[in-house]
Design a protein around this ligand. Structure first.
Ligand code: F6P
Length: 319
């Protein structure tokens, strides 16, 4: 029977991580499970940087970031580091670990599971790039932030009749770019899932200017090209003022929107239910508004989420 557990947040922080932590703390207390918090993700686990979490954490549901702090700890790939982590947890009589984070976090948890230490994963990243869940915690808040930013960009861009490029986070996943573009009717959308060709893009921009377009917004996922250079090239070839804006880490901050708070609360609650049933090695997801779980190991065998081709088609044919 599970008597004591620990929770950590790892990888890029995302709005709603605190809501998940709060839900895990309260569900644990209700079920007489003692709960510890690991600071700084897997790094803190190896350094035994672990604190007691009390039931009085009830005002964090609306806070962005993570009270447990986070880190990207590459060395956790090494077995000797994981052995230290397991030893630290066993010394403290911790029976299971809940990890809140993205793909990298899941890989770490899967390795701990394989070494015999029970883990549960909760998907939290703004990128929405985790398989087995329609949404990750933090994605919808980031989406709102991006939409508000593009709206502001449109104000100035249209006043100057410019072309504006907006670079959006998401790593290898175009969801933030695609959905924010749909919400703001960005004229051009470039995501990692589609082949990018600068020449073709410039050709298409020229065509739409010929048709009378005065102001254009190009939404592009990070890491596809150098957006400042792209802006210069467009300006040179099209002879129209062009500016690039990188939204950057602003996208990761802020108070979580209601949908993220609710998702985090449901997932946190469900993680304790899984532990009570001795179901380990699982990660949680939401599909068609139902909370479900998968084996982390099975999920990690697949590489990428399916791209929403139909939505891209809709946006390309709307404006
Ligand atoms: O995983 C979330 C994310 O914000 C990605 O969208 C982005 O590529 C990356 O993290 C940035 O990481 P860092 O904060 O370490 O620069």
């Amino acid at each position: 029977m599970i008597k004591k557990i620990a929770v950590l947040t790892s990888g890029g922080d995302s709005p709603g991580m605190n809501a998940a932590i709060q839900s895990i703390i309260h569900s644990s207390y209700k079920n007489k499970i003692r709960i510890l918090g690991v600071l700084d993700g897997y790094l803190g686990l190896c350094q035994d940087n672990i604190i007691k979490l009390k039931n009085n954490f009830s005002n964090i549901i609306n806070q962005g970031g993570t009270i447990l702090r986070t880190a990207r700890y590459k060395k956790f790939n090494q077995k000797k580091e994981r052995k230290i982590a397991i030893k630290n947890m066993k010394n403290r009589n911790i029976d299971a670990l809940i990890v809140i984070g993205g793909n990298g976090t899941y890989i770490g948890a899967n390795k701990l599971n394989k070494m015999g230490f029970p883990c549960i994963g909760i998907p939290a990243t703004i990128d929405n790039d985790i398989l087995g869940t329609d949404y990750t915690i933090g994605y919808n808040t980031a989406l709102e932030t991006i939409v508000k930013s593009i709206d502001k960009l449109r104000d100035t861009s249209s006043s100057h009749q410019r072309i504006s490029i907006v670079e959006i986070m998401g790593r290898n996943c175009g969801d933030l770019t695609l959905f924010s573009s749909l919400a703001c009717w960005c004229e051009f959308i470039i995501t990692p899932e589609i082949l990018y060709n600068e020449k073709k893009l410039i050709h298409k921009i020229k065509k739409s200017i010929k048709k009378g377009k005065k102001n254009i917004i190009i939404a592009i996922t990070e890491k596809i090209c150098n957006v400042q250079k792209l802006a210069k090239n467009i300006e040179l070839k099209i002879k129209k003022e062009t500016r690039a804006t990188i939204l950057g880490h602003i996208q990761r901050g802020g108070s979580p929107v209601a949908i993220d708070r609710i998702l985090a609360s449901r997932m946190g609650f469900y993680s304790i239910q899984l532990l009570l049933k001795n179901k380990f090695g699982k990660c949680i997801g939401i599909q068609n508004n139902k909370i479900i779980s998968h084996n982390i190991n099975d999920l990690l065998k697949f590489k990428k989420k399916k791209f929403k081709k139909k939505l891209m088609f809709v946006s390309n044919n709307l404006y």
